[in-house]
Design a protein around this ligand. Structure first.
Ligand SMILES: NC(=O)c1ccc[n+]([C@@H]2O[C@H](COP(=O)([O-])OP(=O)(O)OC[C@H]3O[C@@H](n4cnc5c(N)ncnc54)[C@H](OP(=O)(O)O)[C@@H]3O)[C@@H](O)[C@H]2O)c1
Length: 509
């Protein structure tokens, strides 16, 4: 078999508009942290392997600890060796490393920005990158405020000569008010068109394919509504527990960690109207309309529409694991949910009466992210002796990860002299159809940010409407004492089954 690498596959690369970004410098705050080492620097390196970075390009890593350019290159070499998708190529690394620099700077100290400005000017001169710059904030969220302010005060947000962009990672606040405050703060110096909010789910090929699948194929859109769709399921299941991040997770929980961002972003792509064009603002306008139409959960509905739970001791992959409340950094009487299931409603003409069931959890039976569209049963089964109970309705499962692909379940005649019908799957798998690994989400998102394409970045109003929905749940939980549990390694609490009525069942993919 001929093996094809992504870099040399003209079909795959041809699917996107391969503009190369303009020359520029990326400054990574938190350049020595986990995110930088696992994702950002390896993704930039992989972009250079794919030939997608401009020839005149540089990266400055910055954090509070002292480090030299040479020391930083050595650290990042180890990070790339470990985390690059395309693997280390020494020749490409040498040229990439020559554009990699380090500057020690404490974001709480104004002098730090002066030193950063000096370094930036030196690098711009040395690497001939010109005035374009992008600041990636891979630091704890509390530091976003001072860095945005510091950059603004230092004149680094100005765009008189080249562009200046700021990239922030979720979480974008921890509720509606704090997200508005964060936004107001960043907006003092950076206009919305300069801000790129990373929700890495949107960088996944399979998530982008939701739009392509819906709007490049004429056959599904006429069915994509409450007349033909009984319900929609959106799931993010993880097998991992909180690992060493118990203390962090105590302040987050499944609702804020996964639903507010990843799941509501996917929901908005599944439920949005067809955009008139594929430009960023038109798509984001349509997504916002969905999030605005998402019905808030009233306090008297919380028991019938939302189930929250924590994992208890159980078996995962043949290993006994502790319950959430026994994890390091977790309070023995913690009320932080590790799983949440929601029956959501979208109040518009397309979706009235078609519930969206959202479910996420840690320590579940399997790691899987999926969108499942459950169609209504055929109105009449003409085959003698058979009714709807014998024939499961059509199902379209869009697998985001792993085993990325799309499956359509249809009824088919069993080869036999009698008439028997059985469900079979029509399946498309990325692996076997394209024979290439999809790019890492961070490669796509970093490239798009450098190109100035906002399509895959949530806008401020999207984030805020998502928070309003999530806050309605959190407010209803307050003081309610509601908290169920599920053994680790299962599909979540049995109470979640109570959200589904009328023969509907959660999938266990
Ligand atoms: N890691 C991930 O996979 C991941 C995924 C999604 C989102 N995020 C988000 O990305 C950000 C960084 O996460 P991380 O996992 O990389 O954290 P981390 O491993 O703790 O690294 C934090 C980095 O920021 C610097 N830093 C720490 N405190 C700082 C402060 N007060 N002001 C300025 N710099 C500070 C650190 O270096 P010094 O201490 O030397 O300054 C380090 O370089 C967080 O907002 C996190 O929520 C991370």
């Amino acid at each position: 078999m001929v093996s094809t690498t992504l870099a040399e596959n003209p079909l795959r690369e041809g699917l996107r508009t391969w503009r190369t970004p303009q020359p520029g410098t990326v400054v990574v705050f938190g350049g020595t942290g986990d995110l930088a080492q696992r994702k950002i620097i390896p993704a930039l390196y992989d972009l250079s392997v794919r030939g997608l970075l401009p020839a005149r390009f540089a990266v400055i890593g910055t954090s509070r600890r002292p480090e030299s350019d040479a020391g930083y290159r050595e650290q990042m070499l180890a990070a790339v060796e470990k985390n690059s998708r395309l693997g280390l190529n020494h020749e490409i690394w040498d040229s990439f490393a020559a554009s990699l620099f380090y500057q020690q700077a404490d974001p709480s100290d104004a002098n730090g920005y002066a030193e950063l400005c000096t370094k930036l000017a030196e690098v711009q001169e040395q690497a001939a990158t010109g005035p374009n710059k992008m600041f990636y904030l891979a630091v704890p969220p509390a530091a976003f405020f001072e860095i945005a302010e510091g950059l603004g005060q230092a004149g680094l947000a100005r765009q008189d000569e080249g562009w200046s962009r700021i990239v922030i990672e979720k979480p974008f606040g921890y509720d509606t008010v704090s997200s508005e405050q964060l936004n107001a703060h960043i907006s003092r110096h950076f206009a919305e068109e300069q801000i790129y909010r990373i929700d890495h789910y949107l960088g996944k090929e399979t998530v982008q394919n939701i739009l392509v699948f819906r709007f490049a194929n004429g056959i599904f859109e006429p069915l994509w509504n409450n007349r033909y769709i009984d319900y929609v399921e959106l799931s993010v299941a993880e097998t991992l527990g909180v690992e060493s991040r118990g203390a962090y997770y105590e302040g987050a929980g499944a609702l804020r960690d996964i639903v507010q961002n990843h799941l509501l972003q996917v929901l908005s792509l599944v439920a949005m109207e067809a955009p008139a064009s594929f430009d960023a603002e038109t798509i984001r306008d349509e997504k916002v309309k969905v999030l605005r139409s998402l019905r808030r959960i009233a306090p008297d509905e919380i028991g019938s529409r939302v189930v929250r739970a924590q994992y208890a001791e159980g078996d995962v992959g043949g290993r006994r694991v502790p319950g959430y409340r026994q994890e390091d950094g977790v309070a023995p009487d913690s009320m932080t949910e590790t799983s949440v299931a929601i029956k959501a409603s979208i109040d518009n003409w397309r979706w009235a009466g078609t519930p969206f069931f959202i479910r996420t959890g840690k320590r579940m039976a399997r790691r899987v992210t999926e969108v499942a569209i459950h169609f209504k049963p055929a109105p009449h089964i003409p085959f003698a002796g058979m009714d709807n109970d014998d024939l499961p309705p059509n199902l379209l499962a869009m697998r985001i990860q792993p085993d990325e692909g799309i499956t359509l379940r249809v009824g088919s005649k069993v080869p036999s002299p009698t008439l028997q019908v059985r469900p079979v799957n029509l399946q498309f798998l990325y692996d076997s159809s394209f024979l290439v690994d999809p790019p890492e989400a961070y490669e796509t998102l970093l490239l798009d940010a450098m190109l100035g394409d906002h399509t895959l970045f949530p806008r401020a109003d999207e984030v805020q409407y998502a928070w309003r929905f999530v806050d309605s749940i959190r407010e209803s939980w307050r003081g309610s004492g509601l908290m169920d549990s599920y053994p680790a390694g299962t599909w979540g609490p049995v109470e979640a089954d109570g959200l589904m009525l009328d023969g509907r069942l959660w999938r266990e993919p």
